[in-house]
Design a protein around this ligand. Structure first.
Ligand SMILES: Cc1cc2nc3c(=O)[nH]c(=O)nc-3n(C[C@H](O)[C@H](O)[C@H](O)COP(=O)(O)OP(=O)(O)OC[C@H]3O[C@@H](n4cnc5c(N)ncnc54)[C@H](O)[C@@H]3O)c2cc1C
Length: 387
């Protein structure tokens, strides 16, 4: 047996003993997700135990170096861990913008002190982060952002407004793009700053959606003082950090294309499809696309870990994955018929299908719209004239 076989056996045995049975059931709703944070809310003891056990082993971030709270696993070992978790249906122990977005940016651009402090906190689920990128006048054209950050000698002073800040009202800290040089060309006067959401002058206003929930906020900064050592990367070069982080965000969002390993739609709706040849053809087309996406995704992750991925590849993944996820939920609704449209009845599992279908509409907006991804693909991968 080679080392990887041994690793697989050990991992399987450890998961068998340490993953509580409740954490092997599919997530039903948002409360099944564990976000950690300064004041963590655990749905039950099993959720807490699962996060703590995985964090103690460094497996909330298996491929990060051990000195930063990770598991120090190789890409091959990380893949095996994911396969073994998927085999028993183990839930992700910790949802975190720190893991999927900020962490990779800190690993590349952070100082040693920043890495040791923030990455360890992220790995242990101690700090919940939010993302302060978009502003009322800066979404797709993100580099137009105006949140002002002035150098006051012994601290930075931040004034401005962000919008669509997911879970800002629940987050402990924010990673934020600010304008440090208003005279410079727009991409060149931006810096990347971290600060505590409990700082004086930070306030949030949840945005109420038609669904009744408020997953994101308007976020206001009014004379917020930020310690000097909380700037990441070089002053006025925050755009490089921002773009690198966006690549990781897009990679994370593209994972929606995998549909949470939900398997073939054809198999799930076999009884309905028997009487509907048109829907059957659409579902068959979808299942083939999903298989192709899965293969592309595996190749992309391998290339990324080996450092061979094209920098614009996350745009391709994000576009393909989110459009696929939207198609999946269109077909689920079509197969479910009028029952699937019900919002609050037991027959449609309390409106799960309809709610999930509507949520997918945001997939091709969050992290940069599909149109913006197509523009990047045209320019940077296809090298099209005029793009
Ligand atoms: C669920 C969700 C969560 C979010 N969470 C966060 C968060 O945590 N933090 C954060 O900072 N932001 C967040 N956002 C904001 C998100 O990044 C922006 O909504 C997105 O970048 C688009 O910006 P916008 O809404 O200003 O749209 P606009 O930029 O105004 O775009 C409007 C339309 O014009 C199109 N368009 C714009 N420019 C071009 C172009 N050059 N070529 C072709 N078409 C174009 C767009 O594709 C879109 O269809 C979130 C958004 C959603 C939906």
């Amino acid at each position: 047996m080679d080392d990887l076989d041994n690793f697989r056996n050990d991992t399987r045995a450890w998961l068998e003993v340490n993953c509580p049975p409740e954490m092997r059931e599919p997530m039903r709703d948002e409360s099944d997700m564990c976000w950690g944070g300064r004041n963590p809310v655990f749905k039950n003891e099993a959720q807490k135990l699962w996060m703590e056990r995985m964090a103690a082993r460094g497996w909330t971030v298996p491929d990060w170096p051990r000195e930063y709270g990770g598991g120090g696993l190789s890409p091959a070992e990380t893949k095996i861990l994911k396969q073994e978790m998927a085999r028993i249906g183990a839930r992700n122990p910790l949802m975190s913008f720190g893991i999927s977005m900020l962490g990779p940016a800190l690993l590349k651009y952070g100082t040693e002190e920043q890495k040791k402090l923030y990455l360890n906190q992220i790995a242990r689920g101690e700090i919940r982060w939010c993302q302060g990128y978009s502003e009322p006048g800066a979404g797709s054209d993100l580099a137009s952002l105006q949140t002002k950050c002035e150098d006051k000698g012994d601290h930075w002073l931040v004034n401005g407004q962000k919008v669509w800040t997911s879970y800002a009202d629940k987050a402990d800290w924010i990673f934020c793009l600010v304008r440090t040089d208003p005279q410079a060309p727009k991409h060149k006067g931006i810096s990347f700053l971290l600060f505590d959401m409990a700082s004086e002058g930070v306030s949030t206003k949840p945005i109420l959606l038609i669904s009744g929930s408020s997953p994101f906020c308007e976020t206001f900064f009014d004379d917020v003082k930020v310690p000097k050592d909380q700037l990441v990367g070089e002053l006025n070069k925050g755009w490089d950090v921002a773009k690198y982080l966006l690549g990781h965000e897009r990679e994370m969002i593209s994972g929606m294309g995998l549909g949470g390993n939900s398997g073939s739609l054809g198999a799930a709706f076999a009884d309905v499809l028997a009487d509907d040849p048109l829907l059957r053809a659409d579902v068959a087309r979808f299942d083939v696309d999903a298989m192709a996406f899965r293969a592309m995704s595996e190749r992309f992750i391998d290339e990324l870990k080996a450092g061979h991925a094209h920098p614009a590849q996350p745009s391709m993944m994000k576009y393909a994955g989110t459009e696929l996820n939207k198609s999946r939920h269109e077909l689920v609704m079509a197969a479910g018929g009028s029952n699937a449209l019900e919002w609050d009845s037991d027959r449609s599992k309390k409106g799960k299908a309809a709610r999930e279908w509507l949520r997918t509409k945001a997939n091709s907006i969050e992290g940069g719209t599909s149109e913006i991804q197509l523009g990047i693909i045209a320019k940077r991968i296809l090298d099209l004239p005029g793009a």
